[in-house]
Design a protein around this ligand. Sequence first.
Ligand code: ADP
Ligand code: MG
Length: 614
Amino acid sequence: MPDIIELLPDSVANQIAAGEVIQRPASVVKELMENSVDAGSSHITVIVKDAGKTLIKVVDNGCGMSETDARLSFERHSTSKIHSADDLFAIRTMGFRGEALASIAAIAEVEMQSRPHEEELGTSIVIRGSRLVSQEPSACSAGTAISVKNLFFNVPARRKFLKKNTTELKHILTEFQRVALACPETEFSFHHNNTEILHLPPANLRQRIMNVFGKNINQQLIDIKTQTGVINIQGFTGKPEFAKKTFGEQFFFVNNRFMKHPYLHKAVQQAYEKILPQDAIASYFIYFEADPSSIDINIHPTKTEIKFENEQAIWQILNASVKEALGKYNITPSLDFDTQGLIDIPAPDRDRPLKSPEIPVNFDYNPFEEEKTYKRKEEFHKTGSEKYENWEELYKGFHSAPGNEPASKSQTDMGDKEGGSSGLFETTLCTPVLMQLKNKYILTPVKSGLMIVDQKRAHERILFEKYYGAIGSGSGIAQQNLYPVSIELSSADYALMDELLGDMANLGFDIRNLGHNTLVVYGCPADTGECNPKEMIEKLLQEYKDTASVKEDIKEKLALSVARASSVRNKGLSPEEMQEIIDKLFACQMPNYSPGGKPIIKIIKMEEIEKKLK
Ligand code: ADP
Ligand code: MG
């Protein structure tokens, strides 16, 4: 048999390789911009015509190339960035595979002008479909300018696959944004069809994000900063109320390289559980700094996928830092109750960047522990006239009129206070006015306007945090029923209940299993109100099944189901009950959102009210 294997000519090999690196005009923009960044440029201009189909030009003021380097740069595997395989694990540059320019030159017409700063003359090179057309000395500016014309001119099948201009331009802008966000100190400009559509001056991270996405994003960003031996994390995560249902503002960078990382995305998303509406996706701009030897960038030709040596640990660290940032945000001064001059709280200014919160946060704080409530009250007496920095502080003023004595345990629980005196929560001149609307909302004036609290969601949040804590610690208190109630269930429900009985006992349910699909309820948690055990169990089962696919944690599901089953529905509330809901809501860790992610509090600003009454 004759030999049939031949080595492909370089031009063909390059075209094949190009397919991996260059899929569309946006890939060219990305590769050229990254080369300019690697060249140490402080100013990079991107010029595009017809969404890159006619022209992509990137001009930089970086180090430039010598005559020989300029020619060599178009060869496959030609790079100045690594020298040996070991270097693959010490990468600090964007590029290192030495194939971008070779790939681009294989499928387009490329002109390059380059001059090192110390040289008087530079080099001009034209290459078309991997073939050198011309090379000559050139009196060009210091730095490098590369023009890519007629992309895919020799690969008609690929050119046909290009989408309409608006789509290709969108891809280009996405790549432009990623590089621009990775390098905030570098100045960038972007021109399309002879119009400058973006100019990004050198900036810090927050300013760069604002310059790219518009000023309004500023108020949506919460700072994140964590330093550990494994990894350093900094950047911003979005306030939950601004989360969108579509992807678009999720950015991870590792050592200033944009990366996609679905696993770590989950770490962020999971930190928002219970506070994001369903299907909403958190926004984030998160910058990791990792030891280059602990990451592998070389797992994909476009280098947007990165493998970490220590992925699980990083998941945990990231998840914890986002949670911490969100926790701090939750207690920063977003509320400013109008307490008729009792305490003076500066109204928050939305345009002012949030000061990195330095509020001491007690993550072990149990809002339902009575002792601490008293302590806070005493503290208030001591410091009554001071300015308050956070709502917990501010909130002390609420229920602490002089002369009030601590209430007994039972008085502070919802549901069993009918007719009881309301010691701790008695309204006084110092307490803000609370009003109920349509048995659904609690209204109260605050300094910036009118605060509306959804009473059912608030109660759900309060009970959820309480029950979740109780399941964990087994601290739920049962209230015995007058008569034990026996309940017969379907086999499926019975099996489900059987699984839950242990956790339910921790919550305060006293239920015994008689077998044959029958349970007897002797007692329900002390604060489930006028509990009809049969109804309660049925509601609970229904809620549990409804949340089953959403939540993974059984305890959380159970806490949520019981909270939903026992929270006050549209019901008239006495001033004391309203006060109690408000009190306990603001003692919660996440007062702004219901456990299902719906908003609990809204403030209608004075300006809005005034506008309406004009
Ligand atoms: P890589 O970036 O992976 O090294 P490229 O094919 O993108 O490979 O570029 C090849 C080489 O050309 C680079 O290593 C660099 O030395 C040089 N080069 C490319 N673009 C520029 C530029 N804008 N300024 C200076 N040198 C450049
Ligand atoms: Mg490169």
